[in-house]
Design a protein around this ligand. Sequence first.
Ligand SMILES: *[C@@H]1O[C@H](CO)[C@@H](O)[C@H](O)[C@H]1NC(C)=O
Ligand SMILES: *[C@@H]1O[C@H](CO)[C@@H](O)[C@H](O)[C@H]1NC(C)=O
Ligand SMILES: *[C@@H]1O[C@H](CO)[C@@H](O)[C@H](O)[C@H]1NC(C)=O
Length: 355
Amino acid sequence: MSLVHYLPIIIPCLLLHILSGEPAFAKVPALFVFGDSTVDTGNNNFISTLVKSNFAPYGRDLRLANGDGQATGRFSNGRLAVDFISEAFGLPPLVPPYLDPTANISSLITGACFASAGAGYDNATSDIFSVLSVWKQLDYFKEYASKLRSFVGDAKAQETLSEALYIVSMGTNDFLENYYAMPRGHAAQYAAASDYAAYLLGVAESFARALHAVGARKLDLNGLPPMGCLPLERDSRKGACDEEYNSVARSFNAGLQDLVARLDAGGGARVVYGDVYGGVADVVADPAGFGFEAVEVGCCGTTGRFEMGYMCNRASPLTCVDAGKYAFWDAIHPTEHLHRVIAERKMNTTLYVFQ
Ligand SMILES: *[C@@H]1O[C@H](CO)[C@@H](O)[C@H](O)[C@H]1NC(C)=O
Ligand SMILES: *[C@@H]1O[C@H](CO)[C@@H](O)[C@H](O)[C@H]1NC(C)=O
Ligand SMILES: *[C@@H]1O[C@H](CO)[C@@H](O)[C@H](O)[C@H]1NC(C)=O
């Protein structure tokens, strides 16, 4: 069906909108991103932490004029889902990290990433790795908003902030690096994983409400992946997924979906649930159907079962040749190919409402 068939309908609508002063189409003029390494486009390069990936072979398949084969601090061989989503909305193909000193308010006008690899909803999780907590990410976003107001004026800034899409993605580190890894840490006061999940969901709600208070009206809150199928968490001998971790992820996600429904029905904002779990689980269940050959091990390292960050480096001898065949780049993080699948699925199932 060609556009020509729709023109008789579109043109009167356009005229009506122009006459009424309303924007012709729902539009997303900017993308703002909060969370962990699933969405950090490079902020950790500019803070003092060991959680970094700004060295080869990270980024080796990034194919864009301004960054061919560059390690940008993305925890992948190429672009992240948020980069594909930005592009799908007609925004830049790489979401710039807010802390990059070469960025300024004019280069960040179509969006910025405030995420920090290693972060979680729990402050204690972000503290383990000395990375930006969600609240620090929010402080930076408020600083951004105030710079935007000075740069484009209050009215235009308000329009950008309310029409923009806000993507929030974290929680895996809270469980894997905090709750399960530090049995004597702060999270240990929650006897059951479900109690800790309830605490994290409370933080997620406060965070979403805080974004709303700064002007956010379009939110995409992302669930956890099947954590037990990350190469690091698979059974070291048999390779099977850890079903306990998967089940913890599913119950957290069920709680997040309830929260999303509640926030969305509140009327103050359009809020959608990002189904990362389904995207990854479908690929793991049917790799060939999505063009993958390997889903149990990462591309980088020796066995692909434990290396990431500094352990995945130029000296890693057995790093695979074609990361496009792998779902995971290192022991935890998706390849660009899997990020693309996740982004497409989100565009197809939920984010299209904002287009
Ligand atoms: C932002 O940086 C670009 C290039 O780095 C420069 O041309 C521009 O003048 C800067 N804009 C502001 C508002 O500082
Ligand atoms: C987390 O940190 C923020 C700011 O750094 C603080 O406002 C908040 O109360 C902390 N949350 C908890 C539960 O300690
Ligand atoms: C998304 O939709 C497009 C167009 O219908 C389709 O080609 C693509 O396979 C879909 N991708 C996913 C991951 O659902």
